[in-house]
Design a protein around this ligand. Structure first.
Ligand SMILES: O=C(O)CCC(=O)C(=O)O
Ligand SMILES: [Fe+2]
Length: 210
């Protein structure tokens, strides 16, 4: 099913597809990928039912809380060491399977795991980074779903300082697909803000070649 061609032109909930033309990146945004009704329900369910974890990082020998809460879900329920804290890998819930099956209609992969981030307010953030390391960065598919407050998703090239940065506002119910070598060539970040904003959940469904 191609959701994009099925949209009602007069509906405010219309799916809007934008392809970003950037060197060495393959990034596509679908606004209103989930309807407002679906997004509201998913947001409320996930806030309430997710076993949110406070992970920590060691900076100069001191344990510091990450500025957001997280939870991992996946096919395999083997726990993993992602940060300092041991991350529990949960098995897919009905809400996550609903989202996963819908977004798998846009790409030719089956996602194997998902990281949920909970940004409680404007003080929560994620600093500049690329997802994965080494070889794995060269060919990944990451599908990022946003529920709740809109935050700017900033992008900058990892080596070419002269290239313009950009910020993509990720709205309630949007889907951002990052494929190919996007992670190898571009860094991304969700900055802090002093504005009074509502909470936001971001889900990154991940696929890596075998
Ligand atoms: O919250 C977002 O939109 C991005 C999250 C992110 O970059 C990550 O979890 O690796
Ligand atoms: Fe990331």
């Amino acid at each position: 099913m191609d959701l994009f061609n099925q949209t009602d032109l007069f509906s405010t909930d219309e799916v809007r597809k934008t392809e970003f033309v950037l060197p060495g990146a393959d990034i596509v945004l679908f606004e209103n990928y989930f309807s407002t009704e679906e997004s509201n329900k998913l947001f409320n369910n996930l806030i309430k039912n997710t076993p949110w974890q406070q992970e920590q990082i060691t900076i100069h020998g001191k344990e510091v809380d990450y500025p957001r809460l997280t939870a991992w879900y996946g096919d395999a329920t083997k726990d993993m060491k992602y940060t300092n804290t041991k991350s529990t890998m949960h098995s897919w819930s009905a809400d996550l399977l609903f989202i996963k099956e819908r977004i798998e209609q846009e790409v030719n992969v089956k996602f194997t795991r998902c990281l949920l981030n909970y940004y409680r307010d404007g003080k929560d953030s994620v600093d500049w980074h690329q997802d994965y390391k080494g070889e794995q960065r060269k060919n990944t598919v990451i599908a990022s779903v946003t529920l709740g407050a809109t935050r700017p998703f900033q992008l900058k090239h990892s080596t070419r300082k002269g290239l313009k940065r950009l910020a993509i506002p990720l709205t309630h119910g949007s889907l951002l697909l990052m494929q190919g070598a996007t992670q190898e060539n571009w860094k991304h970040k969700i900055p802090k803000t002093t504005k009074k904003i509502k909470p936001r959940i971001n889900l990154t469904f991940r696929w890596l070649p075998e």
